[in-house]
Design a protein around this ligand. Structure first.
Ligand code: NAD
Ligand code: ZN
Ligand code: ZN
Length: 346
């Protein structure tokens, strides 16, 4: 089968022929019909995030498709079933895994972000059937971005809900794949007033379309003061940084109200420099959230299947176009999410 594999940090993925994996026990082979191209893949390919214990590895952690083959012990899915794939694979045995926080496993086996191959391939070997959620109405290639872009935003917003009582302000920095789902979810789950910040005007137009009340260019001067003025001097109750640079983390901290919460999702390598009485107010919490749980993915897909959480703009590309997708995302030219389609819909 064809697979796009990372052989060395800082070098393009190699699209090459690899064997189709064998299926055992409770494993499931999924024909990949959609693999979302996440900005984390850019960080990994460029060598900014070096989480892979060995190379080469097939990347792709945002996957959905159709069950192609099941191990003998598999009971919950059958060949031909359309499925979304939970990618935060863990050992299944540690304290995190047994309490349901598998993405925070002590020895992570994340799909396409560990020694386990991901979905930029015609087939994906899923280590256990518990990672599969059967799709009802959603097409797999549309469902794929819900397994990371939507799920990661969902967990972060769910964890900040106590701060987002009706009428409070929320700040979203970075309106890309994750941030767009973030704005939609804030609209769906809260009655907060949403401020969105991006450096791209087209993203700000999308932010307003998805329900942001106010938008600002990240390049504006005096942005901190403008946001404080807008919020009557108080600042926002919760800020979500989908970029994670020094500059965006500083903005999030500077405009978050007392008793508020700053959540970092973006992994641009910045430092959250918090200094009380200078740039951080009293009782502000800081958290960097990671992906989501299997249960949270079920909740996100329930919202999507019910038509309450709708997809963002998707662009579909064959596996062979993966280098073009890399370049377009890096240049900021992907409006919503690019989805690699290694196999046409079955
Ligand atoms: P994306 O490329 O689709 O979107 C990034 C957006 O940020 C773009 O709209 C871009 O214009 C905007 N931006 C860039 N610099 C900015 C700045 N200085 N100020 C304001 N806006 C700016 O990326 P994505 O796929 O949505 O991923 C976003 C981040 O989240 C990445 O760093 C990715 O690695 C990370 N991520 C984290 C998790 C997690 O579990 N914590 C999961 C998935 C992705
Ligand atoms: Zn991701
Ligand atoms: Zn574990």
């Amino acid at each position: 089968m064809r697979a796009a594999r990372l052989h060395a940090y800082g070098h393009p993925l190699v699209v090459e022929e690899v064997p189709i994996p064998e299926v055992e026990d409770q494993q499931v082979l999924v024909a990949v019909e959609g693999a979302g191209f996440c900005h984390s893949d850019l960080h990994v390919i460029d060598g900014e995030i070096r989480v892979l214990p060995r190379l080469p590895v097939t990347l792709g952690h945002e996957n959905a498709g159709r069950v192609a083959r099941v191990g003998r012990g598999v009971k919950t899915v059958r060949e031909g079933d359309p499925v979304a794939v939970y990618g935060g694979w863990g050992c299944g045995l540690c304290d995190r895994c047994v309490t349901g926080y598998e993405q925070l496993c002590r020895t992570p086996r994340w799909a396409g972000l560990s020694e386990y191959d991901g979905g930029y391939a015609e087939y994906l070997l899923v280590p256990h059937e518990r990672y599969l959620i059967r799709l009802e109405r959603l097409e797999p290639r549309v469902a794929a971005p819900f397994t990371d872009a939507a799920l990661t935003s969902y967990r972060a917003i769910r964890k900040a809900l106590p701060h987002l009582t009706p009428g409070e302000w929320a700040l979203v920095i970075g309106v890309g794949g994750l941030g767009q789902f973030g704005i939609k979810l804030l609209r769906l789950l809260t009655a907060s007033l949403i401020i969105a910040v991006d450096i791209d005007e087209a993203k700000l137009a999308l932010a307003r379309h998805y329900g942001a009340t106010y938008t600002f260019s990240g390049r504006e001067a005096d942005l901190v003061q403008k946001i404080l003025d807008l919020t009557g001097g108080r600042g926002v109750a919760a800020s979500f940084d989908f970029v994670g640079s020094d500059q965006t983390l500083a903005l999030a901290l500077a405009v978050t109200d007392t008793m508020g919460k700053v959540t970092q999702l973006g992994l641009a390598g910045g430092t959250a420099a918090m200094r009380v009485l200078q740039n951080t107010r009293f009782e502000v919490q800081f958290e960097a959230t990671l992906w989501g749980t299997i249960k949270e993915l079920r909740e996100v897909l329930a919202l999507a299947e019910a038509g309450l959480l709708t997809p963002i703009d998707l662009e579909f590309y064959p596996l062979e176009a993966i280098h073009e997708v890399y370049a377009r995302l890096k240049a900021g030219k992907i409006q919503g999410r690019a989805v690699i389609v290694p196999q046409p819909a079955g």
